[in-house]
Design a protein around this ligand. Structure first.
Ligand code: NAP
Ligand code: MG
Length: 462
């Protein structure tokens, strides 16, 4: 796609207030592939004013009309799937097949799910002598990261639009082209002017201006804990709604009765996919002591097989950060059984698929989110030990449990302090609420729970 040199505000591409630009770099070959304007507080203000002006009209539309627009949006995203996949591959570096299946495919499912929810959700119910209405919260400021650039946009914008909210989006600086494509799709779907607005720019400038804007009613943020904490504090001071999705350090718990080979192979694939840049990745594998050596061998072999098929990480800073964690793992006494800190290629931000054995609970690589293709394998003695280790981080976003019997895995999963758990390799469900316990965040995305984030409740008594 060709980059737009403006902001999408009030239904048109408008010149940016300032002259600064952001260069978009392909992480595979480090070449500049385009540039977009770096928005300022002035651009954000124009976008928020546009969203505010459009709000009463959009909020008053019948849910069926909002459903029709979301259904049109789904169709446009489906029709432009190849272009979306190529754009994500160009600016994120993901292998094209993965971009097609996941980066372009999942947003079609999610947009479709909100088209259906907008049409069927109970925005009004009778409770005794009251009628209770679910009304849109207002103007939403959405701030998204680069790791699933289109999914994270759709997971915020689709439910916001379904609820009757209007939106200003500030996407990640690394992946603005996908966001511009999304804005084109919104326009093509016939969403009225001002209902969706896009301001590209840097986090500390455009992102911060959006998070602090007094006329934004709800801030929905996905990204690092450090930034999320600040956004939460700002929202708290202004008494406005906030949703935070802040990543994790999820456990893949393999119980003694599990199919070990399957659990290990699926677990390694889960960590290596998207080059480890997945907030819900199961980056800690917990294995019973008696099967530890076997699991380590299987995991190392599975990681070696990934070798060349893995894409780069998003930028040089992220590559250096991931390498730093690998060096730290070695320094703290973990045993490298695959990969390592050396660059596998001369060009591009590549990191080798890396597996650490003999990782203990308190090591940095067992506690902090690395956000790269790095798996830590920990040993446990019994079920209680496994539970204690699994719950022993500040995070609680996702996880997996494997056992011979589903019921055994479910009983264990119910004791995990985490928002989402896959049982024996359960499949992705676009309607399942996604979000964190503990410091993994506040609020839920996807499905009806994701929709309710954008609603507020009013009751009338008769
Ligand atoms: P980040 O800085 O938190 O980026 C997330 C979004 O917030 C981006 O749009 C970013 O803009 C924006 N932002 C940055 N500073 C801001 C501020 N002061 N006010 C408002 N918005 C702001 O995350 P990152 O630097 O891309 O990645 C760092 C680490 O965060 C990763 O290594 C990983 O551990 C974690 N992470 C988690 C997720 C997740 O899904 N939970 C996603 C990505 C990263 P810019 O793009 O201009 O920075
Ligand atoms: Mg950043």
């Amino acid at each position: 796609m060709k980059a737009h040199d403006g902001m999408y505000i009030d239904g048109a591409w408008r010149p940016a207030a300032g002259r600064d630009t952001i260069e978009v770099v392909n992480p595979v070959d480090e070449q500049v592939i385009g540039q977009v304007p770096a928005g300022t507080a002035e651009d954000v203000d124009a976008a928020v004013r546009s969203a505010r002006a459009a709000f009463p009209g959009w909020a008053a539309t019948a849910p069926a009309e909002r459903a029709a627009r979301l259904s049109a949006l789904r169709d446009v995203l489906a029709a432009r799937k190849d272009e979306i996949a190529e754009t994500v591959t160009a600016e994120l570096g993901a292998p094209l097949a993965f971009s097609q299946a996941v980066h372009a495919g999942v947003p079609v499912l999610v947009a479709g799910s909100y088209a259906e929810l907008a049409a069927t959700y109970a925005f009004e119910e009778k409770v005794g002598n009251s009628t209770v209405y679910q009304e849109p919260v207002g103007v939403v400021g959405a701030i998204t990261p680069w790791n699933y650039p289109l999914h994270q946009i759709v997971a915020k914008v689709a439910p916001a639009l379904a609820a009757g909210c209007t939106v200003v989006l500030k996407p990640a600086e690394d992946t603005p082209l996908t966001a511009q494509l999304f804005a084109e799709a919104v326009a093509e779907a016939g969403v009225p002017a001002g209902v969706f607005n896009l301001v590209t720019g840097l986090g500390p400038v455009a992102g911060q201006a959006l998070a602090e804007h007094p006329d934004v009613d709800l801030v929905s943020f996905t990204g690092s804990t450090a930034v999320g904490r600040r956004i939460g504090a700002t929202a708290g001071a202004a008494v406005k709604r906030v949703a935070l999705e802040l990543g994790g350090k999820s456990a893949n718990v393999i119980l003694p009765s599990a199919d070990l080979a399957k659990a290990v192979n699926v677990g390694v694939a889960n960590v290596m996919s998207n080059s480890g840049q997945t907030c819900s990745a199961w980056t800690r594998m917990l294995v019973p002591a008696e099967r530890y050596d076997e699991a380590v061998e299987l995991a190392a072999a599975a990681a070696e097989k990934y070798g060349d098929r893995i894409g780069p990480v998003v930028n040089a800073k992220q590559r250096d950060r991931v390498r730093g964690y690998i060096e730290k793992g070695v320094a703290e006494g973990a045993r490298l059984v695959a990969g390592g800190p050396e660059s596998p290629r001369d060009q591009g931000y590549f990191v080798s698929p890396t597996v650490f054995a003999d990782v203990t609970e308190r090591m940095t690589i067992a506690q902090e989110e690395i956000f790269g293709p790095v798996l830590s394998i920990l040993r446990y003695e019994d079920t209680e030990d496994a539970l204690r280790i699994a719950n022993g981080t500040v995070y609680g976003l996702a996880g997996a449990v494997w056992a011979g019997e589903e019921s055994e895995a479910v009983a264990f999963a119910r004791r995990l302090d985490t928002g989402q758990v896959d049982i024996n390799g359960g499949r992705f469900n676009p309607l399942a609420p996604f979000g964190g316990y503990k410091q993994s965040g506040v609020g839920r995305e996807l499905g009806a729970h994701g929709l309710s984030e954008y609603l507020q409740t009013k009751s009338l008594q008769f």
